[in-house]
Every structure is written in C-alpha cells, then in structure tokens.
Design a protein around this ligand. Sequence first.
Ligand SMILES: [Fe+2]
Length: 165
Amino acid sequence: MALESLQDLLMDELCDLYDAEHQILRALPEMAEAAKTRDLQQAFKEHHEQTKEHVARLDRVFKLFNEQARPKPSEGVKGIIAKGRVRTKEASEAEVRDAALISTAQRIEHYEIAAYGCARTFARVLGEQEAVSLLQQTLDEEGETDKTLTRLAEQHINPRAHAHA
Ligand SMILES: [Fe+2]
C-alpha cells in the first residue's frame, strides 16, 4: 500500500501494532509459564489480560477512521520474541532466566511505547480526539507495565540472578 498521507502512515502503524499485539497475546502465556518468580508470572498474566483490551481498542480506532482492522506482519516484534525464546532456552538457571524474560518483555514494551506514541501523535494532528484518547490509554498501560518490570528486576529478580552465580 502506498503511503501518501499521514492517515495512510497512521493506518500502517496501526496494522503493525495489530499484528504485534496478537503475537504478544500468544507469547505472554509462554513467558508466564517459563517464569519462576510468582510476581513475574503474575505480571505477565495481568499484561495478557490488558493486551486483549489493547486489541479491542485498536479495533475501535480502525472503526473511527472507517478502516478495516487488518494485521500487517510486525517483523520488529517477531524478532524480539524469537530472540527471547532462544535466550529462555539458553538460560539454564531459573533465576537468570527470569532476568532474561524481563529484558525480552521490556524490549517489547519499548517497541509498543514508540509505536503507540507515534500513532497517538498522528491521530492528534488528524483531529481524531477519541482515537487520541484510546491510543493514549494503551500507551499509559504499556508504560506502567514497563515500570512494573523495572521494579521487579531491581527489587529481587536481578539480585537473585546475580547471587545465584
Ligand atoms: Fe499492548
């Protein structure tokens, strides 16, 4: 699809995010399963629930622009998840694996924070206020998840991984 306008670019961004969120929906249960620490498992499970809402919000944003929701392969998130899977396998110690899972999850969050931030800013210029607030809500939740993961890493997961060695 030729990108001839800012709206085309926004749609392209949203189609990438739509696929990214679906990939994340599939990856999070696997990550929760691989995590040893209870509160990390819980963080992944909670974010899985939130991610369903992120998909629903994207559906609403597409509708606001009278566009069909359609996924476009998000190679960026695919690469992050693939790399994360390799690391999860390579980390033979559960404590180190938990630290590795956080680093994968935070890479994903930062990808989404960048993409939702741009999409929100495009929607604002296009004058679609409802889309701005829907995208902002998701952006805020991705930011909160990122902060939660940093807190878990700092509080006990990284020190435990370090002590283990
Ligand atoms: Fe999300």
